[in-house]
Ligand binder design. Structure first.
Ligand code: 1GP
Length: 253
């Protein structure tokens, strides 16, 4: 990783070179700290372009320490995907500066951001402004419950388009279409296609993706970055990580 380029620029060049980027999400609460570090190493060695770390809730009290341990071992960017203010770490390369634009909860639209901004500035972490949208996925997800917001109906792509355009016009760098961690149903390909056709900012898509073929379809529909979390949590499956990376990096085929 060239330290003169920002993490955002690094992600964009991954997308340009490989067709799309593969982000693996690790929730620190889902395994021991040792296992978290090992999973991060396995992710890098088998084709992930960046590691996301965070969760809707956080039971662990060792977040900062854990990020430092993960960072020590990795060359790919370590990006915080924060569920709350407790998930800010000076050891991370960047933080997704999330604005929950699909909801109408002022706390997730500006409240948390105002509290986080001075901390991010003081710690010198790169914030990547991201319009975050929850998409209806079959049953209530943790992000939905914790944020006390309603997701975008899955058969209303025009609502997702309008929200993503608003994010773009407000100067956000990325948009994240999120079905939710462990979602029953993934973000519909039709919605990804409709949004991608109408905006210029890159789309991150995640939630409930279990198969490399699904990831490939979402990339073909217009996703610039794919996130998987749960599917790799049960066991270390290097083959599956490689298959996801191969499906997502479609320009490398
Ligand atoms: C959740 O999009 C991510 O925030 C990943 O979801 O754990 O279901 O892969 P999964």
């Amino acid at each position: 990783m060239d330290s003169r380029v920002t993490i955002f620029e690094n992600l964009i060049s991954v997308k340009q070179q490989k067709g799309a980027g593969y982000l693996i999400l690790i929730d620190p609460d889902k395994q021991s700290p040792e296992k978290t570090v090992q999973r991060a190493i396995d992710s890098e060695q088998n084709g992930a372009d960046a590691l996301l770390i965070g969760g809707s809730l956080l039971f662990s009290t060792q977040f900062d320490h854990l990020v430092s341990k993960v960072k020590e071992k990795l060359k790919i960017p370590v990006i915080v995907f924060p569920g709350s203010l407790r998930q800010i770490s000076s050891y991370a390369d960047a933080i997704l500066f999330l604005v929950l634009i699909s909801g109408r909860n002022p706390n997730n639209l500006i409240g948390e951001q105002v509290l986080a901004a001075p901390i991010i500035k003081a710690l010198g972490i790169e914030p990547i402004s991201t319009g975050y949208m929850l998409v209806e996925s079959g049953r209530a997800t943790a992000a939905e419950y914790m944020s006390n917001t309603r997701p975008i109906p899955r058969h209303k792509p025009e609502i997702a388009i309008a929200h993503t355009l608003a994010a773009e016009y407000m100067g956000m760098k990325l948009a994240y279409l999120e079905a939710g961690s462990g979602a029953d149903l993934t973000v519909p390909n039709e919605m990804i296609y409709a949004v991608a056709k109408n905006v210029t900012i890159p789309l991150i898509v995640g939630g409930g993706i279990k198969k490399p073929e699904e990831a490939y379809e979402k990339v073909k529909a217009g996703a610039s970055f794919l996130v998987t979390g749960n599917v790799l949590e049960e066991k270390s499956d290097f083959g599956l990580i490689r298959a996801f990376a191969q499906a997502i990096h479609h320009l490398e085929k």
